[in-house]
Design a protein around this ligand. Structure first.
Ligand code: 6PG
Length: 242
C-alpha cells in the first residue's frame, strides 16, 4: 500500500452520512478545479443507498454540478435494470430520479442480464473514456461480511484478474452471475471510500485492515494502491480494530 488508509469511525448514521457526503463533495470540488468531469463509480448493496438519498436531497443546495458529474457502477447483478436486485435500479430510485443529471453522464452496465456481452461492452466504454492513468476520480465501495468488495468474492478468479477491466463471474454459493470492475481498475481511482456498516463486518474488516495479506480470503485487501483510501465505518463495523 502506498500509504495507510484513513479510518473514519462514527457513532451513528447521521454523522456517518454527513462525513461521507462532505468527503464526496470535497472530491468533486477538487476534481473540477482541473478536470471537465468528476467520474464517480457507485457501489451497490444496501449501505450506500442512504448516501445516494442524501445526495439527492442536498446536492443542489451544496452546489453539486450534476452536469459535470459522470456516474458509473463498480459492479452489477446479472439481472435486468427493472429487477429489484439491480444496483442500477437502486441508484435510479435513490438518486437519479431526483436530480437533474444529463442521461449521457450516466453509465450503467448495458443489459446486465446478458452478463458476458455486458462486461465486454462496459470494458470498451471504460477504456474509451479513461485513456490516462487514473480511472474514476472517486470509487465508492462496500464490503461484505466475507471481505468481498464490488463483486470480487473470495476464492474466485476475479481475485487474480490483472488484465481485464470488467468481468462477469458465477457465484456458485448464490447461484447467480455478477459483473464487476476488477481490482486494477479500482486501484487506479484517484480516491476510494469504503462505506461499511454493522458489527457483522467487524471481523472481516479487522482481517482486511490488520490481518496478514490474504486477498484470496479477503479480496477487499486488493484495494490498497490508490493514493487515497478511506474507510467510513459506523454501527459497530470498526469495533474490533486495534
Ligand atoms: C453489491 C455490492 C457489494 C456490496 C457488499 C456490501 O452489488 O452488493 O457491490 O460489494 O457493497 O456486498 O453490501 P451491503 O452494503 O448491502 O452490506
Amino acid at each position: 500500500m502506498n500509504q495507510q488508509p484513513v479510518i473514519h469511525i462514527h457513532e451513528d448514521d447521521t454523522h456517518w452520512q454527513e462525513a461521507v457526503v462532505s468527503f464526496i463533495f470535497r472530491i468533486i470540488t477538487e476534481t473540477l478545479e482541473t478536470r471537465k468531469y468528476c467520474s464517480i463509480s457507485l457501489s451497490g448493496g444496501s449501505t450506500p443507498r442512504q448516501i445516494y438519498e442524501k445526495l439527492a436531497r442536498e446536492g443542489a443546495q451544496r452546489g453539486i454540478p450534476w452536469s459535470s458529474i459522470r456516474l458509473f457502477w463498480g459492479d452489477e447483478r446479472a439481472v435486468p435494470h427493472t429487477n429489484t436486485d439491480s444496483n442500477f435500479r437502486m441508484v435510479r430510485e435513490a438518486l437519479l430520479d431526483h436530480i437533474d443529471i444529463p442521461q449521457e453522464n450516466v453509465f450503467p452496465f448495458p443489459h446486465p442480464d446478458s452478463h458476458v456481452s455486458s462486461a465486454e461492452s462496459y470494458e470498451n466504454t471504460l477504456r474509451k473514456i479513461f485513456q490516462e492513468q487514473i480511472t474514476f476520480d472517486l470509487s465508492l465501495l462496500g464490503m461484505g461480511d466475507d471481505g468481498h468488495t464490488a463483486s470480487i468474492f473470495p476464492h474466485t478468479d476475479l481475485v487474480y484478474e490483472q488484465d481485464a477491466w470488467v468481468k462477469s463471474i458465477y457465484l456458485k454459493d448464490k447461484g447467480v452471475y455478477r459483473i464487476s470492475v476488477t481490482a486494477p481498475v479500482i486501484n487506479r481511482s484517484g480516491h476510494i471510500a469504503f462505506l461499511v456498516r454493522g458489527a457483522s463486518k467487524s471481523k472481516a474488516l479487522r482481517e482486511v485492515l490488520e490481518g496478514d495479506y490474504n486477498p484470496e480470503e479477503y479480496p477487499a485487501q486488493l484495494i490498497r494502491k490508490s493514493p487515497d483510501v478511506h474507510y467510513f465505518l459506523y454501527s459497530g463495523a470498526g469495533e474490533l480494530l486495534r
